[in-house]
Design a protein around this ligand. Sequence first.
Ligand code: SAM
Length: 230
Amino acid sequence: QLSKRLQAVVANINHGMRIADIGSDHAYLPCHVIKRGIASFAIAGEIADGPFQSAQQQVEKSGVGHYVDVRKGDGLEVLQVGEVDCIIIAGMGGLLISRILEAGREKLAGVTRLILQPNIGAIHIRQWLMNNGWELVSEQILEDDGKIYEVLVAERGDSMKHYREVEKELLLGPFLLKEKSGPFRKKWLGELQRWKKIVENLEQSQSSADTLAKKEAFLRKIAIVEEALT
Ligand code: SAM
């Protein structure tokens, strides 16, 4: 049984797609989507030795070796152009996910859908999508085992669609901001508390141009989020 977080990722795969799961770790997701007949073919990409080996073992144990290819390498370098319809990158920071996409840009030819699940820093992904011609088509936010996760889904299209107040929507997510669900409120209330403590600490430390700029940046984010939550 997949975690609630990975189930939310899987729910965004269109039936029969060929998928790549980059940073697959145990390859739970590719094995699951093949066994359930959700995807027709899957590549599990992994950079690290240990996870790469456990991915291989999991594929063998699940008996899906004909449909899941486990490959070792950095980001999208394990892919050939045109091999998959959908790329999934889950369980990492948003900055790392956006760097993997940027480094592998030429491998995205032929890919129609990206499913990205950052643990933190979704703003970096939204920014990358916006700059690279990918339209955000849906977002989900959920709580799993006490942690809050976001799932971002993108397709090629109008990358500015859904954005009206760009700064606010890049931070909070245009779809999530409209919905303002329970997990959304919980996440941002937590961030507000954390940022306010940081501002207090900055106020107590010696003021320099650097601390002042940092404080201003946090105060701006606090104002944006407080307004969004009211
Ligand atoms: N995707 C799985 C999930 O969501 O449960 C596993 C997440 S795990 C925290 C992150 C995995 O990504 C690790 O196994 C790590 O080795 C791998 N990873 C990190 N950077 C990578 C990269 N540049 N290319 C491929 N894999 C990477």
